[in-house]
Design a binder for this molecule. Structure first.
Ligand code: 13P
Length: 331
């Protein structure tokens, strides 16, 4: 394992004022996004959409890396340049989603286990050759009646650590993403409790499986009330609870934490990150690795044809989140 390369890559992923664009929607997920703008989910349309995002002039000022779906890593942009090269030429690190999705966890109704470990070692070699410098694996923890179970948290933590160890062996920085969903009607206190349990298990497994903390990035949810909860915490409360939870579990050896947006509004996702950075100094860099909160406006403005409007909307959100990563965003 080349510890120096892993650490340097991880530090570059959380460079000051920059974050990660999560553009790794699976073919099924991008289908849902395209349905919202009435665009057919074909390979040429996926290529055109991602080309719009990745050729946005200036987005590299705020973007350290892009997470790609496997199809995109091996795809070319509209001018014939492979997407991985197009990004690398702008100083943006190409990354790759390597999990195979969350599947039903046996004997645990309503809970999932993320699959994709079989053959991963071999796939990582191919991905690195194609230009990937980091990877992502998402575990999904669902809040509900009597769940999450410790069984679900531990099996997912174990798989995350196995994935991370394989990545580091291949010289690829793992983004470790244990996502506690914000879709239910739970209070922020319940989210804090579940996030505490989840992060405790994840860091215990990372330690047991000898994952180099200096060579990884954590991608957690923020601590926030479920979308269906009648009582929503204010932005400051979300920032304070998220920082409290992270400080209890994430060693300072981890170079950075890059949040998912999870269904927050675009502006909430920016504001929460900004407040957390204003409350610093913190032991790690805090930045974004947003999917929806970076792309929703761009997707709508693009609408299948309006490339310039899509780029403008993308650049604006990237810029606002870049400011938030510095604690310099102004509402
Ligand atoms: P959202 O920011 O839309 O939650 O997506 C981030 C991501 O990569 C989820 O795995």
């Amino acid at each position: 394992m080349n510890e120096k390369v892993l650490n340097e890559t991880a530090l570059a992923m959380v460079a000051a004022g920059k974050g990660i664009l999560a553009a790794d929607e699976s073919t099924g997920t991008i289908q849902k996004r395209f349905e919202s703008i009435k665009v057919e989910n074909t390979e040429p349309h996926r290529q055109a959409y991602r080309d719009m995002l990745f050729t946005t002039p200036g987005f590299e000022q705020y973007t350290s890396g892009v997470i790609l779906f496997e199809e995109t890593l091996f795809q070319k942009g509209l001018d014939g340049t492979p997407f991985a090269k197009l990004l690398a030429d702008k100083g943006v690190l190409p990354g790759i989603k390597v999990d195979k999705g969350a599947k039903d966890l046996p004997g645990a109704p309503g809970e999932t286990i993320t699959e994709g470990l079989d053959g991963l070692r071999e796939r990582l070699v191919k991905y690195r050759e194609a230009g990937a410098r980091f990877a992502k694996w998402r575990a999904v923890i669902t809040i509900g009646n009597g769940i999450p179970s410790d069984y679900c948290i531990h099996t997912n933590a174990h798989a995350l650590a196995r994935y991370a160890a394989y990545c580091q062996e291949a010289g690829i920085v793992p983004i470790v993403e244990p996502e506690v969903l914000m879709d239910a009607d739970n209070s922020i206190a319940v989210c804090e409790d579940v996030t505490n349990r989840t992060l405790a298990a994840v860091f215990q497994e990372l330690d047991k499986q000898k994952v180099l903390l200096e060579g990884m990035i954590l991608k957690p949810n923020m601590v926030i009330a479920g979308k269906k909860c009648a009582v929503q915490a204010d932005r400051n409360a979300v920032a304070v609870a998220t920082l409290r939870t992270l400080k209890r579990h994430v060693p300072g050896a981890v170079p950075g934490i890059a949040f998912l947006s999870g269904g927050q509004s675009d502006v909430d996702a920016t504001a929460h990150l900004d407040i957390m950075n204003k409350l610093g100094p913190n032991p790690w860099k805090l930045t974004f690795s947003y999917g929806r909160a970076l792309q929703a406006a761009a997707l709508k403005a693009w609408g299948g044809q309006n490339v310039d409007a899509g780029k403008k909307a993308h650049l604006h959100r990237a810029h606002m989140n870049g400011l938030a990563a510095l604690g310099k965003w102004d509402a």
